[in-house]
Design a protein around this ligand. Sequence first.
Ligand code: SF4
Length: 470
Amino acid sequence: MLEHAIKTLKDQFAKLARTLPPVAGWSEMELPTNGWLFLQHQHQHHWPGAQQTMRSSRISQDTAKLFEQAIAPAAAAPRRSSRRSLSRFSYSQHESPRTTNIAATITTDIEDAIAFASPPPKKRRLAASTTSTSAASSPSPPTPPPQQRRQPRTPRKPATKRTDTLTGETFISPPSEWEVTYNTVKQMRSPPGAASNAAVDSMGCERLADTKASPRTQRFHTLISLMLSSQTKDTVNAVAMHRLKTELPAHKPGAPMGLNLDNVLAVEPGVLNELIWAVGFHNNKTKYIKQAAEVLRDKWRGDIPDTIEGLTSLPGVGPKMAYLCLSAAWGRTEGIGVDVHVHRITNLWGWHKTKNPEETRLALQSWLPRDKWREINWLLVGFGQTVCLPIGRRCGDCDLGLGGLCKAADRKKVIAGRKTREQTAAFVEEDVKGAVLLVKEEKKKKEDEALLELVALKQEIVNDTKVGLL
Ligand code: SF4
């Protein structure tokens, strides 16, 4: 049975092979024995249409049948073979066709063998090319860009107490990078910086005095606005001050209404409390304002004290208010007005580790240049109101966070902020390019028009000359 099948198969191949063009190196005698290999050879090198022909030809179908019958034990293997087992069917140019054993190689039918001789799927080929080191023609995998590493920063140091080795004097060395931090915040506080237009810029205590009032009354306004401001937002404080300036009853008939010492002394505590009810701790503040007014009348001749000691002797006035009041009302800066914003933010930056605003004030005063003592309060209060908020800090909009200058920056927000800035910069660049292009086009259009006018003028002159000659 087997012999008969092989014989028939050889005859079929020989028959088919004789119909094809001759191939160098193949004698006619080899056709009966190596007919299949011959066909493969033809398909690969001389007869591109052979595969399709084989698939549809009667010979192919018959051959497949014969093979199945002839090699029944081998065909018992599952038709759905593994890739590895099927790879045996693939044609190899290095393999000598003369030594290939057909019966041992082909386990199913010829059509399957031809089909698997085609290149494997693209995905597999790509995977192989990336792992193979011997395939010179395979494209090398893309090399990832080198990681951009930031230069290692010098470790941040807080303000530190040191001793001069020559003189033996102790001094406080400022925190590292304090100046660049300070200047960056200053830049952010100026338009169009992210921290410009803070509430303190227009409604800070220093700005709530009525400029039309007498200097003494203006100073009194500054003191009262500072007393109202603790634990209160600038916006709320401004409203309360406006009510006092416009609604506080006159102390006697014919006297002006509004905020002045006489009216405060004369007003009922209940009325005063009602006018300032929106501010925090208004009951206590009402009491302190009334008491402070009496001290001013009795001890300071109706004016506010011009010393820190005098100011802090007033009920409800602490060092922060005193230093700010002295600066704003008398124009003398003898210390830093440290409020919650200044205390919180300077600790966030790692300038010091202090427990309360008073400790912060002393720490700052130990090294901060004196010309910055007044400015720093305004700077950091506005910064704390707009960017470095007590809750929900905007590190993505903060130049300190984006510039790697703040150790407390929220990394996620900073990364998002950097992306946004890059995109905005790209948009701006496009807009600028577009505008430049527009200007160029406009210029060219005008030049063309001028040229046309010139040509028309020339033509007119030529025509006129001709007419004149005639
Ligand atoms: S980076 Fe964040 S935490 Fe640091 S100063 Fe800016 S807003 Fe405040």
